[in-house]
Design a protein around this ligand. Structure first.
Ligand SMILES: [Zn+2]
Ligand SMILES: [Zn+2]
Length: 223
């Protein structure tokens, strides 16, 4: 038995009927470890959730700044799961670039880069021309300098991305994760156990990769 998984006791009781694959556990980001089991008895098995990585977008921003505006430094890019149709934003006072979690989870590399550079263009425009208007002449010339379209809106398949949104509920007894389309105050998990989740993860599903965590969903009853 692997000693790595959480709630080992309840898990090992429940998984006795499953056949363990050769490599039963998979390391996720060093700290997050989950059992990967092979399907048996027709029961859907717990998907391994992955996290959005932001280190590559932070280094992309640093690279663009060093080439175009070395005196300007920006805080780490923030990711927002609340941004749905908005793909990115720049807050002038805080010098904060924020990008949508859906974009990072479902967008292509080129789409992510376009939004990121659009927001960097806002930062550079504000730094060089503090009084310039948000999508004005100066901003547009910086977009061209950075090689992105100087437009305010883009046509990305956001509706498709939003269709891939699910809520992942973790069973309080066995730790098994069940994906559902809506917020539920009570759920019968894929494991068969019924429970009242206090929270869940908002995730984006895809055929190409495991479900990706966009954010946390609180499900406490309001009193
Ligand atoms: Zn803009
Ligand atoms: Zn369970």
């Amino acid at each position: 038995m692997s000693g790595h998984c959480r709630s080992t006791d309840s898990r090992s009781r429940r998984i006795r009927s499953f056949r363990l694959p050769d490599i039963a556990s998979k390391v996720l980001r060093g700290t997050q470890l989950q059992l990967e089991l092979e399907p048996s008895d027709g029961l859907k098995l717990s998907p391994v959730l992955t996290k959005i990585e932001t280190s590559s977008i932070d280094s992309r921003v640093a690279e663009v700044l060093s080439n175009h505006e070395p005196e300007l430094s920006l805080p780490a890019v923030k990711v927002s799961s609340r941004m749905r149709r908005t793909l990115g934003s720049y807050h002038q006072k805080k010098k904060q670039i924020t990008v949508g979690a859906h974009l990072l989870a479902s967008g292509t590399g080129a789409e992510i880069d376009e939004i990121l550079l659009h927001e960097v263009a806002h930062a550079i425009a504000h730094h060089r021309f503090p009084k310039s208007s948000a999508h004005g002449r100066e901003f547009k010339s910086i977009c061209i300098e950075l090689g992105v379209p100087p437009t305010r809106t883009v046509k990305f398949p956001v509706d498709e991305w939003l269709k891939n949104e699910r809520i992942a509920y973790e069973c309080d007894s066995c730790g098994h994760t069940s994906l559902r389309k809506r917020k539920l105050h009570s759920i019968r998990g894929d494991c068969g156990h019924k429970f009242a989740p206090k929270s869940g993860y908002l995730v984006a599903v895809s055929n190409q990769r495991p479900p990706m965590i966009l954010g946390v969903v609180g499900l406490e009853w309001r009193r």
